[in-house]
Design a protein around this ligand. Sequence first.
Ligand code: GLU
Length: 419
Amino acid sequence: MTAYSGPVFDMAVKQFTVIADYLSIPEDVRPRLLMPKRAVTVSCPIHRDDGTTAVFEGYRVQHHLTLGPTKGGTRFAASVDLGEVAALAIWMSWKCALVGLPYGGAKGGIGVDPSSLSKRELEALSRRYMQEMIPFVGPHTDVMAPDMGTNEQVMAWFMDTYSMYQGRTVTEIVTGKPVSAGGTLGRREATGRGVAHLTRRVMNDRGIDSNRATAVVQGFGNVGSIAALELHRMGVKVIAVSDHTGALHRPAGLDIPGLIDHAAAHGSIAGYSNELVFDPEDVLTLPCDVVIPAAMERVIDARVAANLRCRIVAEGANGPTTPEADLILERRQDEIFLIPDILCNSGGVVVSYFEWVQDLQQLFWEEEEVMRREYQILDRAFDRMVMRAARDKVFNRTAAMAIGVDRVRGAKETRGLFP
Ligand code: GLU
C-alpha cells in the first residue's frame, strides 16, 4: 500500500521499473530508491475578495535526502494532487543526479487554477502555503522554485514570508526569484535556452540546417515561449504554437517576438490572429523537424507517437511521453531523436543551483558566466547520455535515467543504511 496514486505516479513507477531491470537492481533495493522520503499535505485557508473563506490543499514531496537538500518547483494548477507531485519529485531526483547537482528531488503544489484568483488572493495563498511549509523546508533542507502556474513574483512572496519568520532575509530559501530580490541573471530564460541549446546540438549532429528547419511548440509559458524565441533567433521557422486557449499555425513561420508581446499583454495567445487559428490536437503531429512539448504530462501517447512526423522531440515539459509511447519512439529512434525531459529541461534547475550558490556566497555572476556554465553542464550530460545509449544500445531516455538512478544508488550504497 502506498499513499501515492494516479496516472502520473504510475508512469514514474513504470519508467523506474524499466531502468531497474536494465541496471539489474535487486527487487528489495528498489523501493528504497523509488519511494519518496517525505510527503507533506497542508490546508491553506485564505480570505476571498468577496469576504468568504476558501481552503486549498497544498503538497510538498521530498524524494530522497541522500545527496544534499531536496530541490524542485511548486506548481499551481487545478489538476495537482499528491500522486502527480510525487512523480514530479521522483523525476527531479533523476534530473539533478544526471546533471550532477548536489540535490535530491522535490516538488510541491496547490490544487488551484491561479487564473481564478485575484492578485491579492494569489499573494495570500502563496504566503500561506510557504508559512505552512516552514517546518519542512530550509536552505539546506528543501529549496523551492517555480513550476507551472507560478512565477518570479510568487517566489518573491515565498522568500519574503520565510524571511519574515526568520527575522532576516534568507534569499537562498527559494530560486527563480526576481533579480531585484536575490535572483540570478539568466534563471528566467534558463529552461527554454537549455531546450534550444540541446536542440541545436542535435540539429548539427544530424545535419539539419537551422535556417531551413521548422519547429512546433506545445505550451507557451516560460519554457515554451523562450525555447520558441531562441529557435526563432537561430533561424528556425516556428510554424505552430499552442497553449491552454488554443493553437496558431503559419507554414511560413510565426512572428515569435510579436506573439510573446501579445501573450505578455493578454495572458495567452488567444486573440492574436483569427486566420492562423488551428486545432491544438493536431499541433504535435504536424510535419516539421522539431517537436517541443512544453506543457503538460502525458501528451505524447501511443497514438501521437505513432503519428509524429518530426526528426527531433525535445521534451521541455516534465513527463510529456507515456511509457506506451516510449516503446514506439524507441522503435523509431533512427528516425526521431529524443532529448528526454530530465536532460532537455534541466537547464532550469541547473541555473537554480547557480542561484542558490550565489545567494549562499553573496557573490553574483554575469549573465554570460551563467549561460556558459549552464551549457557546459548540459553538454557534458548530453555526451554521457549519448555514449551510454550507444554503448549499451539502449534508448536515450533509458540511458539518461539510468545515469541518474545509478548516481543515487551509488551514494546510498556508499553511505549505507542507518542505523
Ligand atoms: N520546476 C522546474 C523543473 O521541473 C525547476 C526546478 C528548480 O529550479 O528547482 O525542473
